[in-house]
Write a protein that binds this ligand. Structure first.
Ligand code: ADP
Ligand code: MG
Length: 382
């Protein structure tokens, strides 16, 4: 395909959350027009796009309008029905493909893909019926039972220690298809973002270290402290292998567990820019959103180069409730007085507990300096 040139082409996004919003910002900065399809009248991406089609993801009229008015279309979340992407792909350039997104939508299929690509993942068993439940190898316990589909931010997961707890947990999850994973001793959680073009060119950002609280990403640090060169090399090689094996086009994030015994196993992947890559907006010469735009448009992909040590703090709605009474925004004027702080808010009007409202990127000349400012900012945010 020939490249869709900035200044003339229109790019479409399925999904109107914050990832779509930051994609739209990056695309508009380059001169593309953007159209967002999302059912929510109040969507963060719909509010900044040139046009917001308020329709369901399976609404054929909405999809037809998106296809008619856009030259290429992407998605900003993995639970968009893969058939919507496939429908659009009959008419327009679509990246990532419905087939690649479908792999990421189902943990069982995803794990089979990792194994086929030669990348180790956690020991696990797929549970879809009583026979598979009874056949579970006891060595997988203690483990985490996860619904195969629709899980995110730790939702749809139950820790189980015995076969009886496993059976009860599966009943609680309404016996939907699940994956039981062995509970692994984690040293750290890492992730790697790659961008891959339709011509097979792959570039990657440096290995990121992620800290989760309550199943939700809280802090990302880059460079990842204390990661040995060999682990770093393995993580990048695995991410590239997974992207190649999917014939993937666009930005893909692979999450890893680095275990206490030093081994590296892949956890899961996301077929889109990722929360752990938000630091690239300020700490790198090219952001994950810019390369998502370029990959979709068929433009060259420059090799990302980190220019600043970076820490990203996720800003959840809880911060709006740190004092008694109704929601009040944090004291941004104080936080932004700290050196190297860059605020990104997603334009969500109502703060709620656990809701991702924005993120704060901190850049500095050294990881120690970035870390020190992050601690000050976190203390101010309460
Ligand atoms: P989600 O799709 O909700 O992000 P994950 O599979 O990434 O689900 O699990 C959420 C978090 O739970 C992980 O980031 C990790 O902290 C913990 N976790 C998940 N699986 C395991 C495991 N097999 N062993 C230990 N911890 C795990
Ligand atoms: Mg995860």
């Amino acid at each position: 395909m020939s490249a869709l040139l900035p200044g003339t082409a229109t790019l479409g996004v399925l999904g109107g959350g914050q990832l779509g919003r930051m994609f739209v910002h990056a695309a508009q900065a380059m001169g593309y027009r953007c159209i967002v399809l999302d059912p929510d009248a109040d969507s963060p991406a719909g509010a900044v796009a040139e046009k917001h089609i308020k329709a369901d993801y399976l609404d054929s009229l909405g999809l037809a309008q998106l296809a008619r008015d856009c030259d290429a279309i992407t998605t900003e979340f993995e639970n968009v029905p893969a058939v919507a992407l496939e429908t659009l792909a009959n008419m327009r350039v679509v990246a990532p493909s419905g087939a690649a997104v479908a792999v990421c939508q189902d943990r069982a299929v995803e794990k089979a893909h990792f194994e086929a690509a030669g990348v180790p993942c956690a020991p696990h068993a797929v549970i879809t019926n009583d026979i598979e439940l009874a056949a579970v190898d006891p060595s997988l316990l203690p483990g985490i039972l996860k619904t195969s589909r629709m899980g995110y931010d730790g939702k749809g997961q139950v820790r189980v220690s015995t076969p009886a707890e496993l059976a009860a947990a599966w009943a609680d999850l309404k016996r939907v298809p699940c994956v039981l994973e062995q509970l692994l001793p984690l040293r750290r959680e890492l992730s790697v973002l790659v961008a891959r073009g339709a011509d097979g060119q792959v570039v990657n950002w440096p290995v990121q270290q992620n800290l989760h609280r309550g199943g939700i990403l809280a802090v990302t640090e880059v460079p990842a402290p204390d990661v040995p060169a060999e682990v770093d090399r393995l993580a990048v090689a695995a991410a590239r292998q997974v992207a190649d094996a999917l014939n993937y086009v666009g930005v893909l994030c692979i999450e890893f567990f680095w275990l206490t015994d030093g081994r590296l196993v892949v956890n899961e992947m996301a077929p889109r820019p990722h929360n752990s890559g938000h630091w690239t907006m300020n700490g790198c010469n090219v952001s994950q959103f810019e390369l998502q735009v370029r990959a979709l448009a068929g433009l060259p992909l420059p090799e990302p180069r980190q220019h600043s040590a970076s820490v990203m703090l996720n800003l959840l709605g809880d911060l709006w409730f740190s004092e008694a009474g109704g929601p009040t925004p944090p004291a941004w004027d104080r936080v932004l007085a700290l050196p190297g702080t860059h605020l990104h808010l997603y334009g969500k009007s109502d703060a709620r507990h656990g809701r991702k409202m924005g993120h704060l990127n901190i850049t500095a000349d050294s990881p120690e300096a970035a870390h020190a400012v992050a601690q000050q900012a976190a203390a101010m945010l309460g």
